[in-house]
Write a protein that binds this ligand. Structure first.
Ligand SMILES: [Zn+2]
Length: 221
């Protein structure tokens, strides 16, 4: 199993190459040639990708969903609560944390970064765990609300978690690792963190990382 990560725009895109190859998140919008070039730089052949997973409906994670589907022909998997944002390409709701969060929100909204061509996901998951073995990955999808209520994570049997913006280490969370600039449900975020802490050892984030277990701080249950 091989993991390849690359920052595209503001956030990380991760490729897991196992029995089959899946891609997690897509970065900020690129045109077709631009996205093909990003894959080339990752050493990934678009044709090898058999599944596109989007962790949540924020522009910096789903900007290239449509173009990636066109390049690879692979289905898109998302949480049911993300569908309306992915289909409309609308700016998903942000619940900002403090003035820095608000400042970032105001800066991005309506800017060229905020481009999300609409696309309908092919595989929609709910709040129950979803087995990825039929898709060639020894792991599962885990519903991970808190950053936003449509966030999902991929947790591999070998202990790697790909958790979107659930675990990010920055000054805005006092370096605890708990969530990014936005958090729509603090209680849900703490529960998600506790579960990921229990089930994984290394955390591939949307921003920075990967982080180890001793870099994050989890409220005891
Ligand atoms: Zn986000």
């Amino acid at each position: 199993m091989e993991i390849i990560s690359r920052e595209i725009g503001l956030s990380n895109v991760h490729v897991i190459r196992g029995e089959k190859t899946v891609i997690i998140d897509t970065g900020c919008y690129r045109n077709k040639a631009g996205m093909a070039n990003e894959l080339y730089l990752m050493g990934v052949d678009p044709k090898e990708i058999s599944l596109i997973i989007v962790t949540h409906g924020h522009f910096d994670h789903c900007g290239n969903l449509k173009v990636l589907k066109e390049l690879t022909g692979a289905p898109i998997l998302a949480h049911e609560k993300a569908v309306k944002f992915l289909e409309t390409g609308e700016f998903a709701p942000y619940v900002t944390r403090g003035e820095w969060g608000q400042m970032f929100f105001d800066m991005v909204k309506g800017s060229p970064l905020d481009i999300t061509p609409g696309v309908t996901p092919d595989i929609v998951v709910g709040d129950e765990d979803f087995d990825l073995k039929p898709y060639g990955v020894n792991g599962k999808i885990v519903y991970s609300p808190g950053h936003v209520n449509n966030n999902i994570s991929v947790v591999l049997d070998t202990g790697e978690a790909f958790c979107g913006d659930t675990i990010v280490i920055n000054p805005f969370n006092n370096f605890t690792g708990t969530g990014a600039l936005f958090c729509d449900d603090r209680e849900a975020l703490d529960k998600t963190m506790a579960r990921l802490y229990k089930e994984a050892n290394v955390y591939y984030s949307g921003h920075g990382g990967p982080f180890t277990k001793d870099q994050i701080i989890v409220d005891p249950e």
